[in-house]
Design a binder for this molecule. Structure first.
Ligand code: CDP
Ligand code: MG
Length: 132
């Protein structure tokens, strides 16, 4: 069993896609083992996206993720990290395949509705950061 960090971003919550996204995760057979809906601080989001701190879009994504509540989740299942990344789809929703969460439900590169950890190391780091 593997655990990954999944976050429905503020646009996903604003657009009332929480049920749709959780439904897909549950139907796949994964367990949601921890979850919290809250508006994250800038400090938390800056730490979360630390790998992107030198990128031109860093300030924009911190503003975006802190503008309202997010649904932060721990998702558990076999190969959950890789399988969730496949279910989420490409970073740019215009390139994400139909059938993926971003391919079906998003259209903006920045506002792509969901985050999923990209490796075991990221999952461990992000779960600790968001849930302690
Ligand atoms: O989320 P993912 O791991 O697929 O992509 P990332 O490369 O780690 O980028 C993190 C987030 O920054 C993306 O999910 C987008 O919300 C945003 N982003 C952006 O606004 N503009 C880019 N050129 C790349 C990413
Ligand atoms: Mg990433």
């Amino acid at each position: 069993m593997e655990r990954t960090f999944i976050m429905i971003k503020p646009d996903g919550v604003e657009r009332k896609l929480v049920g749709e996204i959780i439904g897909r995760i549950e139907k796949k057979g994964f367990n949601i083992t921890r979850a919290k809906l809250f508006q994250p601080s800038r400090e938390l989001v800056e730490e979360h996206y630390i790998e992107h701190r030198e990128k031109p879009f860093f300030e924009e994504i911190v503003d975006y993720i802190t503008r309202g509540p997010v649904m932060a989740m721990e998702v558990e299942g076999e190969s959950a990290i890789e399988v969730m990344r496949q279910m989420i789809g490409s970073t740019d929703p215009k390139k994400a395949l139909p059938g993926t969460i971003r391919g079906d439900l998003a259209y903006s590169l920045t506002e792509n509705i969901i985050h999923g950890s990209d490796s075991k190391e990221s999952a461990e780091r992000e779960l600790k950061l968001w849930f302690g």
